[in-house]
Design a protein. Structure first.
Length: 200
């Protein structure tokens, strides 16, 4: 496996893109056609950072879009060979607007799939506004800032989330911004978990 490093705010992943990466990159390119701001967060970020675990979904936050844009996006996804159980994808706007996640996958495929949702709270918004770039092979996707990912994983608190936090913290500890990390730790109320993480 190639190296992984954080260089000038870009997560550089030196390996061939895999099925997950291709899915993320393909979806990014479609969102890019509509200039829809988006950011990949959660488990996929840990996997990009070399954590060996499987995932069935790739979480992606998108800025709020209007119904017309959502319909055009749904049409384009359909043309590009994607499907979703919220079919037709034309009901996409209504579901997103209700705060539901919608999942989108290449046709004939259930996993891995994309779990798409509107930005909902200050943490989602911070992920979007402070996104960094991940470069896999020659492709790029926006990912959530690692400091917030670590704090948010501690906040979620399930075993795999804690393991993700430990992985990111161990790998990037030296390059993460401590003030940013500690700000998110405080805002998410995970000081105790963070103290344990630092000792791990």
């Amino acid at each position: 496996m190639g190296g992984i490093e954080l260089r000038n705010g870009t997560l550089v992943v030196e390996r061939e893109p895999n099925q997950l990466d291709d899915l993320a990159v393909g979806f990014s390119e479609i969102l890019g056609q509509f200039e829809i701001e988006h950011v990949y967060v959660a488990g996929y970020v840990s996997i990009l950072a070399g954590r060996a675990r499987s995932t069935e979904d790739i979480d992606v936050l998108i800025e709020r879009i209007d119904e017309e844009t959502a319909d055009e996006l749904a049409e384009t996804l359909d043309e590009e060979g994607f499907w979703g159980p919220a079919m037709p994808l034309t009901s996409m706007y209504e579901m997103l607007d209700n705060g539901d996640n919608i999942w989108v996958a290449p046709k004939d495929q259930i996993t891995p799939h994309l779990e798409v949702k509107f930005v909902r709270d200050e943490f989602d918004r911070a992920s979007l506004e402070n996104a960094i770039t991940a470069r896999i092979g020659g492709k790029i996707v926006p990912i959530g800032p690692l400091e917030l990912q670590v704090a948010y994983k501690l906040h979620l608190g399930a075993q795999k989330d804690i393991e993700d936090a430990v992985h990111l913290f161990t790998l990037f500890g030296g390059t993460l911004s401590v003030p940013h990390l500690e700000e998110w730790v405080t805002r998410l109320g995970v000081e105790d978990e963070y103290e344990r993480l630092k000792r791990a």
